[in-house]
Design a binder for this molecule. Sequence first.
Ligand code: HEC
Length: 469
Amino acid sequence: MRFFCAPGLPFGSPKGVAENWRISPTAMVAALVVLLCAGLSSPSSGAEFQTLKGHGGPVMDISVSPTNGLVATASFDNSVGVWSGRTPRWLEGHEAAVKVVRFVDGTRIVSAGDDNDLILWDLETGTQNRLEGHTAKVIGLAVSPDRQLIASASWDTRIGLWPVQGGAPVFLEGHTAGVNKIAFSRDGKWLFSASVDGSIKLWKLGENAEKRIIDRNGFGINVMVLGGDKAGSAAWIAYGSQDGVTRIVDLATDERLHDFALERRPILAMALSPDGSRLATGDGHGFITVIDTKTWSIEKDFKAALKGPIWALAFSKDGQVLHAGGIENIVYSWPVADLASYDPMVQETPQFLRKPEDMSNGERQFARKCSICHALTADGGRKAGPTLYKVFGRRAGTLTGYPYSETLAGSDIIWSEETINQLFLDGPDHFIPGSKMPMQRITGSEDRDDLIDFLKTATNAGATGGGTQ
Ligand code: HEC
């Protein structure tokens, strides 16, 4: 596989994180994926359980190349991983969490996320091309069947259409709230969109006009896939919603065919096996449900993550393995044949999920508000922010190897009890305007004091828990 054998090739430099982001530990999940690529073999199921490790933040999306079976992962750590076997190659360029990744063809990948931009990566030449135009985060991407057009779904309520060869984008407007997911019809002439406004819309490409509303749900629609076959076109659309329903709608009649509601909300991930026989969903309670699309019955329903939601799901090229992202920074890959005969995800509880009563207030502040982005150990791992190891006395923006914003790199702040206190009293957006740190204030002075006390010890020793990889 040529260039893939060299992990960690430089692809430009990463920037940090971003956006107004408030941490809700229970919402952080992570997970896993893994491997594949060439034929997985094991006599019983033809596949083995595996994990993909290396990301420094939860895995938000997983995509499998239909041509060569490579796996791509999008992570909260701002990077995209491209996995050949268990060896990652990192694509660095996004300035915030990456929420979605898709293969354009065998050698090109498109990704997008909280920095509002798409990046088109050429794995062969190592180049990256930034596609700018959205004004809010982009969390859905699709590639047309002829691979000439990329469609993007954004929380600016628009759908973007980007010619792969370059050229100006076209934006489709019509949704009244953020667009979460987007899909092309098999002939590439139509586009389906799913939105926070609760509707699934159909658009005619070429005319670039909205044609009809396929379904309206009372709650936002998070995920969707097209499946089945009727004269060469998809026969149905499946969607998963904020209120926990997985619904199948007939595309010829718009009739609702099946509803699966297991009282677990929201549905956050959805994947169809390459042969169309299995529809998998992941939900906010950490369950993966596999539905048999011939009988429309639930084939498997198991708790895949002990804590937190399932955010990402994708079947391997041969359909035998289901890759999932949950609370850890790891992708878990389960053989579909014996799903549920494995232990759930999460081998070691990430710091932000440890029991609050086991921690001092300062450690709890760090665990909840900082640990997703900062390590405390000398080796900072792949996290969105720089390690805070020995941060006291350090001049801002000076850790070698971390791609700071210009603002922080050029700052003359020295980190101390006073300056860190001020940072979270005012919030990074006021204390260092232009920094990549997310807006976040810690209003309780006791909480700030406790956090700083904890940091004073933990950043020197690196021994007090902290930096999980
Ligand atoms: C969502 C990710 C994120 C969270 C959460 C976060 N940070 Fe940061 N932090 C960053 C990024 C990104 C930078 C680098 C900013 C830049 O380059 O402009 C940074 C920089 C810093 C710096 C400056 C380090 C240096 O080398 O100059 C300190 C100190 C810091 N953060 C402390 C904290 C603390 C304490 C918390 C928790 C209360 C926290 N951060 C929460 C992402 C985060």
